[in-house]
Ligand binder design. Sequence first.
Ligand code: TRP
Length: 335
Amino acid sequence: MEITLTGITTTGAPHLGNYVGAILPAIEASRRQDVQSFYFLADYHALVKCQDPALVHRSRLEVAATWLALGLEVDNVIFYAQTDIPEILELTWILTCVTAKGLMNRAHAYKAAVAENLADPDKDPDKAVTMGLFSYPILMAADILMFKASKVPVGKDQTQHLEMARDIAARFNYLYGEHFVLPEAVVDEKASVLVGLDGRKMSKSYGNTIPLFEPEKALRKLIMRIKTNSLPPEAPKDPDTCTLFQIYQAFATADESAAIRQRYAQGIGWGEMKQVLFEYLNARLTEPRQRYQELLEKPDHIEQILKHGAARAREYSVPFLHQLRRAVGIRPLGG
Ligand code: TRP
């Protein structure tokens, strides 16, 4: 059976862009019977970006609650926290020993950090670059290779990491025999296009996001803040360059979008369109938001679901790691 796997870094609560780009397609895929899906909280990866323990703790809860509130089929998929699978870290070290440093030197995130330092002649080029940041792609390769995933749904920004995982896997296979499946990135083109409050791509790093489960009042406020042009209410408007429409379209059916398109042509006022968008989103999100709030009150219940997922994942990782240790020559001295 085809194996797909994807990780969600647990930094901050998910926003509408995450929902449209990653969560929704993954939840739909979670109902499929013809693939085995692994979804996990990449909480060791979170430590690379966030060194605030309270935030790390809170984000794990929020991200898990989000996925569950939106209807992830936990009996059909394997849903777990990376930190509950110790074999992933063991594999990370084994892979670290076959990974060329030069390969990691080329990683975009690491190079961007160095480039920023180089802009200031007084700075050390590696200032604030941790080994966690540098080795990040190896941990990610271990996540993927451990479960022999062939398809990995990710955002465009992650495709280099997938290439690196393939390189690392191929190097290991060359040295020690064919143990790993070479994974492939599956990039959904629609995924990266949701725009944020200011019209740029919705992203935490731009501070222009709309959190998915924002309470009703705050959601309305954020929508009212979305940037529009200064056309008067009655003027015909172009939906395709409008942030309001783009967000609406990401959630609506084709028919609903077509109807709104027409209202743009007739000249819908911005205030009215903001109200339409707010009501539409709010209607969609009210129920899962309610479930989300309930789940946040039951952290032990969530923990139990994750532990159950981890136990299922370890049915794969424990024997596979055993095999890999033997492959590299770590086995009982007498055997
Ligand atoms: N690096 C990914 C991101 O930031 C998260 C991630 C960690 C991941 N491990 C993974 C994604 C394995 C896919 C497969 O989005």
